[in-house]
Design a protein around this ligand. Structure first.
Ligand code: ARG
Length: 298
C-alpha cells in the first residue's frame, strides 16, 4: 500500500484499515550548551542574532526534560556540539521507524541549510549506538529532507504525514514511503513562517489534530479533515508567535506546549487533553519550540 497521496481523491483507505504501531517510549534530547542564534535560516530568527539568554535557555530545556522524566519516559541525553547552535532541535536530523516485526530503522536527513548539515553525523552515531538500522536515500533524486520537522507519524498508525515546500522536497516522500512500506500523505506548506510541518500540524491522538489552517493549501486542509475526526484550529497569534502547533502529545493524553496559548489550551482541555505549559521563549527566537526540541524513539 506504500505510496504518496497528494489529494483526497487519491485516498483509498480509512484509518481503521491501517496497521497499528507502538508508541515510542524513549526521548532523545540534545543539550543546549551551544544553542544560540548565529545565522538566519527562517523568518523567526531575524533580529535575534546574539540575543539568546544562555542561562534562561538551559533553564527552559532542563524544565522540559523533567516533563518527560515525570511522564515516565526514558530520556537519552546527548551533548551538543560547538559550531552547531541548532543541534538542540533534534527532531530535524532523522526520521525513525519501527517495522511490523519490531525492527528499528532510521532515515537520516539531508539538511536544507549548509549551517546545519554537519549536525547529522552526530545524531547518526546515536542511532548506530542504539542498534538502529540506518537507511539511505538517493540524494540525486531530491534536494533536502529535514526529518521529523516535516515527516510526522500518525498516532499509533502506519501512516506518515509529509510536509514539503521550504525545508523538504516533495520528491523525497516516494523513497520514504517505499523504505518504510507506509503510505505518505503529502502536504504542501504555503507560508514561510510555518516552514516545517511541525509548526502547523500537531497530531494529538488517532482522531485529533491541532493545526494552523492558513499554512496549508485547500487540498491539504481537505486531506487533514478527511483523516482526523476532530481538527482544532490555532489562531494566527498563538500559532505564529507562540508556536502552539509545535506542541507534542507523546501519549495521546498529555500535551506539552509553549506557555500562554490560552485559546488553544482551552480547546485542548475541552477535547479531553491534559495541558502542561512550558516556557521555550529562548528557543522561539530560533523558530523552534517543544515538538522540535526532542525526538521520540522506540
Ligand atoms: N533554527 C532552526 C532552523 O531553522 C529551528 C528548527 C526548528 N525545528 C522544527 N522542526 N520546527 O532550522
Amino acid at each position: 500500500m506504500a505510496k504518496v497521496i497528494a489529494s483526497s481523491s487519491q485516498l483509498d483507505f480509512s484509518l481503521s484499515e491501517l496497521e497499528s504501531m507502538p508508541l515510542p517510549e524513549k526521548v532523545l534530547l540534545v543539550k543546549p550548551t551551544y544553542f544560540t542564534v548565529e545565522y538566519v535560516i527562517n523568518p523567526h530568527m531575524e533580529g535575534h542574532i546574539g540575543d539568546v539568554d544562555k542561562l534562561a535557555a538551559q533553564n527552559e530545556w532542563d524544565h522540559l526534560k523533567s516533563a518527560y522524566d515525570e511522564l515516565g519516559y526514558y530520556t537519552h541525553v546527548v551533548e551538543g556540539q560547538r559550531g552547531y547552535p541548532d543541534m538542540v532541535f533534534c527532531a530535524n536530523q532523522s526520521f525513525p521507524n519501527i517495522t511490523k516485526d519490531g525492527k528499528k530503522q532510521v532515515i537520516m536527513s539531508v539538511m536544507h541549510a549548509r549551517e546545519r548539515q554537519g549536525e547529522v553525523p552526530f545524531i547518526r552515531k546515536v542511532y548506530e549506538e542504539s542498534s538502529y538500522e540506518i537507511l539511505y536515500l538517493d540524494e540525486s533524486k531530491f534536494n533536502s529532507f529535514e526529518g521529523m520537522g516535516d515527516a510526522l507519524w500518525h498516532h499509533k498508525k502506519r501512516l506518515i504525514w509529509g510536509g514539503y515546500g521550504f525545508r523538504t522536497s516533495k520528491e523525497v516522500y516516494e523513497p520514504i514511503s517505499d523504505l518504510f512500506d507506509t503510505p505518505v500523505i503529502a502536504l504542501e506548506l504555503t507560508d514561510e513562517r510555518f516552514y516545517h510541518l511541525d509548526t502547523c500540524l500537531c497530531i494529538l491522538d488517532e482522531a485529533t489534530a491541532l493545526i494552523y489552517p492558513k499554512a496549508f493549501t485547500d487540498e491539504g486542509i481537505e486531506l487533514i479533515e478527511s483523516i482526523f475526526e476532530n481538527v482544532i484550529e490555532a489562531s494566527k497569534y498563538e500559532a505564529e508567535k507562540l508556536f502552539a502547533c509545535n506542541a507534542t502529545c507523546p501519549d495521546g493524553k498529555n500535551v506539552f506546549i509553549q506557555q500562554g496559548c490560552v485559546d488553544v489550551n482551552h480547546k485542548l482541555k475541552e477535547a479531553g487533553f491534559k495541558v502542561h505549559e512550558y516556557s521555550t521563549y529562548e528557543f522561539l527566537k530560533s523558530g523552534g519550540s517543544v515538538f522540535c526540541m526532542k525526538m521520540l524513539l522506540w
